[in-house]
Ligand binder design. Structure first.
Ligand code: FES
Length: 126
């Protein structure tokens, strides 16, 4: 089963969904993993409290970029209230494989950017 998830992660890495930019995003946040310098920018369009468009840009390892791609695909149509409830477990469920402590920071980088954007914070509290 792990193999299927690994293939899905690689597919998202090689063919990222919703990579790029959207016009006039309501939420825009750029974040960097200080340990490796990898970067993610997330952009969301929000109408009546619901995400109507989402995109990301960035460069980095397969896990961070695949995680961003999967998250962006998943969140269109979700309410901001529900998204604010999202946590580590939701991302691990999306990725579907066991992630060690070092790779966890990679997997959670897009969530960190998303949360900081949602809360309008400079940094997402750890
Ligand atoms: Fe940099 Fe994964 S090695 S985010």
């Amino acid at each position: 089963m792990d193999q299927l998830y690994r293939e899905a992660i690689l597919d998202h890495y090689k063919h990222p969904r919703r990579k790029g930019h959207i016009d006039g995003p309501d939420i825009h946040y750029h974040d960097t993993n200080p340990f490796c310098g990898d970067e993610i920018t997330i952009e969301l369009k929000v109408t009546d409290g619901v995400v109507t468009d989402a995109a990301f840009d960035g460069r980095g390892c397969a896990i961070s970029q695949a995680s961003a791609s999967m998250i962006m695909e998943e969140i269109v149509g979700m309410s901001i209230a529900d998204l604010k409830e999202w946590g580590k477990e939701d991302i691990l469920e999306l990725l579907g494989i066991e992630i060690g402590p070092v790779r966890l920071k990679c997997a959670l980088l897009p969530l960190k950017a998303l949360k900081a954007g949602l809360y309008g914070l400079d940094e997402w509290p750890e």
